[in-house]
Design a protein around this ligand. Structure first.
Ligand SMILES: Nc1ncnc2c1ncn2[C@@H]1O[C@H](COP(=O)(O)OP(=O)(O)OP(=O)(O)O)[C@@H](O)[C@H]1O
Ligand SMILES: [Mg+2]
Length: 267
């Protein structure tokens, strides 16, 4: 049954790609709901449909069949433009390859989504610097990607994902290109953001990364074959067996200390 209180609600979603003569069933009737404030890991072998699922959750792609709703709003009824607006407002993306622009200072990368959201230039620089401070990179605002470590580049990408103050952060293998220690730092950052109220969905191949989530969803051949929340929920109110209460979504967005005006001149 549809869950209109959920942040994300998917009912019987299928995604079929037509490849010449053949059809690829990337998703085969996936039903899933994610509440505000959850911390979810999606695991599964290569080709099991994880990124396809993420693209649908992130309004980057439409399902072939089924109902997808975000905050009770069905995506199928929206125009492309409305979908883009909703995506901009609600969702931040982080990818394995940080997808930063070459030869562009960190603060400008982070500012870019605000440009698309028509935020005034005067405000957008300030917000970009605040987002960089949130990922502990205030001092690297003028650095270009080749002047940053891998972990720092990923943190710039995370700041860029956060700058619109989304309610949901989707990360596809965010630690995949990082060494273990740097990956740890990025996970610690995600956990801090989650504690501040951000809803997190992380796709990972890494069992250790998955184990840090409150809920683990396992995919195989385009279907969900395990969901720790459902398993635990049957026993006692969800949360993967933990006694911890869900965090209030009202804690997000967090308040960020203002950044000194003089830093802005540097760009
Ligand atoms: N644009 C596309 N056109 C055709 N087939 C696609 C497309 N995108 C994905 N597929 C196919 O759909 C299936 C699911 O792909 P998806 O990218 O969701 O897998 P994944 O679980 O993210 O894998 P990985 O762990 O390797 O990233 C695969 O068989 C893939 O080949
Ligand atoms: Mg993938």
């Amino acid at each position: 049954m549809a869950d209109s209180s959920a942040l994300i609600d998917m009912q019987n979603i299928s995604k079929v790609y037509q490849m010449g003569e053949t059809k690829v069933h990337a998703l085969n009737g996936v039903s899933l709901s994610i509440e505000e404030g959850e911390y979810v890991a999606i695991v599964g072998t290569s080709g099991s449909g994880k990124s396809t699922l993420m693209n649908i959750i992130g309004l980057l792609d439409s399902p072939t069949e089924g109902v997808f709703a975000i905050r009770g709003q069905r995506a199928s009824g929206l125009t492309g433009r409305q979908m883009a607006e909703l995506r901009n407002r609600e969702i931040g993306f982080v990818f394995q390859q940080f997808n930063l622009l070459a030869r562009t200072p960190a603060w400008r990368q982070v500012e870019l989504p605000l440009f698309y959201a028509n935020v005034a230039r005067s405000a957008s620089r300030k917000r970009a610097l605040e987002a960089l401070a949130q990922v502990d990179l205030a001092e690297r605002a003028d650095h270009k990607p080749d002047e940053l470590s891998g972990g720092q580049q990923q943190r710039v990408a995370i700041a860029r994902a956060l700058v619109n103050r989304p309610s949901l952060l989707l990360a596809d293998e965010p630690t995949g290109a990082l060494d273990t220690r740097t990956g740890e730092e990025v996970m610690a950052l995600f956990e801090k953001l989650h504690e501040e109220g951000l809803t997190l969905v992380i796709i990972t191949h890494d069992q250790e990364v998955a184990e840090r989530a409150r809920r683990v969803i396992t995919m195989r051949d385009g279907v969900i074959v395990a969901d720790s929340d459902r398993a635990a929920g049957a026993a006692k109110g969800g949360l993967n067996g933990l006694s911890e209460a869900p965090l209030s979504p009202l804690a997000w967005p967090v308040t960020i200390e203002p950044v000194e005006e003089k830093i802005y001149e540097a760009g």
